[in-house]
Design a binder for this molecule. Structure first.
Ligand code: GLN
Length: 501
């Protein structure tokens, strides 16, 4: 049993055996993106011309177009990498030269960044073909993709339901087999949560592992570019390509990047997985609890030792996250003033009115709510009561993880409290929407890595995911554990909406 669809490994083996060409791979992915977009709305821009051109170039370099005399050697050995000709989708808050970067917002409509994000530069150097920019919640604020100014993304398993957010378009594109991997971003769970809701793998690296240069800032102390994969291996290969120190982002650490993919097969017997039982009680959907209990059992059978751990401050993580993330957002979003980027209001009477009207017309309701909340918690009378206190509790949450990792190698929880909810179900109740991040945002606050892995379906046929969180810089360990589970229990069911094979 394997996961259905074309993984990176399958694409690259078909290429090297001459069964297909880079052009054919790109054409298939582009056609799927275009054909499914009416149904899913996963892409905000599909780069047919750019992707085809790049694929043809790769074919020429490899001599697979038959024109062997025109072989051009790539500038580096990376063209031989595992990502050669692999189609990849990129969330619309990550800069790709020549393509738009709207961040799902009207205020950035028409903005075309003149440069590639470091992660995109590294993907390209490794031979990847960028097929397009994916839909997302406005400025990555949301858990359902319903906050996009360009309409919601729909879940390929059930188009009446949300794909999760904020990286919903990337999650749906991978789930529908348009691409084997996609980039998203995480501030509080925006890759792991949609990965769980769409039945794919999502990895958030350690804070500082991946460059944020070219990622539009939301909460700078929390943001990390993160990866979706059809399988753990797909995600691992992409992560090792984009990870590592970048001179252009001073928060990237000079920590060596392991060959994650090569280490996936290492033995997991004897590893210790910690389960914070208090997080599996109230508020968790019965199907989610059942699937996660089965995953815990599966680990026991794989020779993993299951231990009890406590994360006593985890219950404050939503409150802390929505103070720190909004505070940082209120300051980061001050730059959208109608002068430097994208949208500007028409015929303002003076400069003040231009700023005001541009921001009023350009931002959506949730973004405005966050800017106001963030400005409030930073204001002089409330700074100590909210922002400062939240920072202190953030340290306690991080300490909980350090204590847990004294007795285990990874902490396992559900990724989300429920499977995918219906479109419109939570839009009038921000608090209930925020609670979708209850298991994910603690890893962002602590800076630790996390991976969401599909673990079967609910009784209604919707995917469920569990999450493993690891030590700082310990991506290898959680990816290996995730891979071992996936090998034993691959999600072999297919979403209703899926590209033809
Ligand atoms: N859903 C969370 C929020 O709305 C997390 C978003 C994210 O990780 N970008 O802030």
């Amino acid at each position: 049993m394997t996961v259905p669809g074309k993984t990176i490994e399958l694409i690259t083996s078909e290429l090297s055996s001459g069964k297909t060409t880079a052009r054919a791979v790109a054409v298939r992915s582009l056609a799927a993106a275009e054909n499914l977009n009416d149904t899913l709305n996963a892409f905000l821009q599909i780069d047919r011309a750019g992707a085809t051109r790049r694929a043809e170039e790769l074919d020429r370099e490899a001599g697979t177009d038959g024109a062997a005399d025109s072989i051009v050697q790539g500038q580096n050995a990376a063209t031989e990498s595992l990502l050669r000709a692999v189609p990849i989708a990129v969330k619309d808050n990550i800069c790709v030269r020549g393509l738009q970067a709207t961040c799902g917002s009207r205020i950035l409509a028409g903005y075309h960044p003149p440069y590639d994000a470091t992660v995109v530069e590294r993907l390209r150097a490794a031979g990847a073909v960028i097929v397009g920019k994916t839909n997302c919640d406005e400025f990555a604020m949301g858990s359902s993709n319903e906050n996009s100014a360009f309409g919601p993304v729909r879940n390929p398993w059930d188009t009446e339901r949300v794909p999760g957010g904020s990286s919903g378009g990337s999650a749906a594109a991978v789930a529908a087999r348009v691409v084997p991997a996609a980039l998203g971003s995480e501030t509080g769970g925006s890759v792991r949560q949609p990965a769980a809701l769409c039945g794919v793998v999502g990895v958030k690296p350690t804070y500082g592992r991946v460059s944020r240069y070219g990622l539009v800032a939301f909460g700078s102390s929390l943001d990390q570019v993160s990866v979706f994969g059809l399988t753990v291996k797909d995600a691992a290969v992409v992560l090792q390509t984009i990870a590592g120190r970048d001179e252009r982002d001073a928060t990237t650490a000079d920590v060596s990047v392991p060959d994650y993919a090569a280490q996936l097969a290492d033995d997991i017997r004897g590893a210790r997985v910690g389960v914070p039982r208090e997080l599996l009680g109230e508020g968790v959907d019965a199907d989610v609890r059942a699937r996660v209990e089965e995953a815990i059992e599966a680990y026991r059978e794989l020779g993993v030792e299951i231990v009890d751990v406590a994360l006593p401050h985890a219950k404050y993580s939503i409150a802390v996250y929505y103070i720190i993330a909004t505070a940082e957002a209120s300051s980061n979003l001050a730059r959208y003033d109608g002068v430097r980027y994208g949208y500007r209001t028409e015929d303002p009477e003076d400069l003040r009115q231009m700023y005001r009207r541009t921001r009023d017309e350009g931002f959506g309701a949730e973004v405005k709510r966050r800017i106001m909340l963030g400005t409030y918690v930073l204001s002089s009378g409330y700074y100590d009561a909210y922002y400062l206190k939240a920072q202190k509790v953030r340290t306690l949450i991080q300490q909980d993880f350090l204590d847990a990792f004294d007795v285990c190698d990874a902490v396992l929880t559900p990724t989300t409290p429920t499977p995918a909810f219906r479109l419109g179900e939570k839009t009038d109740d921000p608090l209930s929407m925020y609670l979708s991040d209850i298991y994910t945002c603690m890893a962002n606050l602590a800076g630790v890595p996390g991976v969401s892995v599909p673990c079967g379906l609910s009784s209604a046929g919707l995917p469920v995911g569990f999450q493993l969180m690891g030590r700082h810089w310990g991506e290898s360990t959680i990816l290996r554990l995730a891979h071992a589970y996936e090998q034993a229990h691959p999600l072999d069911a297919r979403p209703r909406v899926m590209a033809e094979e």
